[in-house]
Design a protein around this ligand. Structure first.
Ligand code: FPP
Length: 225
């Protein structure tokens, strides 16, 4: 039996379908998804999970309709404003991984302010924003090329957040069995849990099921027992 995962990463999928199924605009689904994220952060704290990484916006998501992209960016800005107090009170370190150069300067300023205010906390919420696993690997490769010592460890030290341990468990909602360019390097030995539940409907029962499923996995990391 494994214990509680130290690092859980989530592909929060299904916001659009949740909204369309209710005859509502897709952004209503993203707003409901942001509320789910807040609940999941609480459950992670209660379960003793140290790091939660969520896929909020991929490098490919820029191709969505302008209004959806603008709405998502606004939602992220509001999340930073509204949750600042909670993160400080609950000692949660906030970090963003991804291509910051794609983001509006005002959003980057808010991100960096919250990152520095929370930098000393050990529990972490990591938001992947304008994030792509391939883009991260290409950026890392550029740095790696200049290193004298070229090993797997020194390559990992060139990633966006090199101090983070690899995710133990990756959860994907809404039933799709794919990785969608998320943490490609870091997921090499992660356990996966896929549920049909759409992200806005992801509840405590489903969260506990994911942890119970992880606990039963036989993690050999390529070795034998
Ligand atoms: C995928 O669902 C979800 C996204 C592209 C955005 C995720 C964003 C949030 C949950 C809210 C904002 C996050 C923060 C940190 C405030 P989809 O739109 O691809 O759903 P679909 O596959 O049903 O269309």
């Amino acid at each position: 039996m494994n214990g509680v995962p130290r690092h859980v990463a989530i592909i929060m999928d299904g916001n659009g379908r949740w909204a369309v199924g209710r005859g509502r605009p897709r952004l209503a689904g993203h707003r409901a998804g942001a509320r789910t994220l807040e609940r999941v952060l609480d459950w992670c704290g209660e379960a003793g999970i140290e790091i939660l990484t969520v896929y909020a916006f991929s490098t490919e998501n820029w191709t969505r309709p302008k209004s959806e992209v603008a709405g998502l960016m606004k939602l992220l800005g509001a999340f930073l404003r509204d949750k600042r107090g909670k993160l400080l009170r609950e000692h949660v370190r906030f970090r963003v991984i991804g291509r910051r150069e794609d983001l509006a300067p005002s959003l980057v300023r808010s991100i960096e302010a919250l990152e520095s205010e929370t930098a000393s906390f050990s529990r972490q919420l990591v938001v992947a924003l304008s994030y792509g696993g391939r883009a991260e690997i290409v950026a890392a490769a550029r740095k790696f090329a200049k290193l004298d010592v070229q090993t797997e460890e020194s390559f990992a030290s060139c990633l966006y957040a090199p101090d983070l341990p690899d995710p133990d468990l990756v959860i994907r909602t809404s039933g799709e069995f794919r990785i969608s360019n998320f943490l490609l390097w870091q997921c090499a030995y992660s356990e996966f849990y896929v549920t049909d539940v759409l992200w806005p409907d992801f509840d405590r029962i489903e969260f506990d099921r994911a942890l119970a499923s992880y606990a039963r996995r036989d993690r050999r990391m390529g070795g034998v027992k």
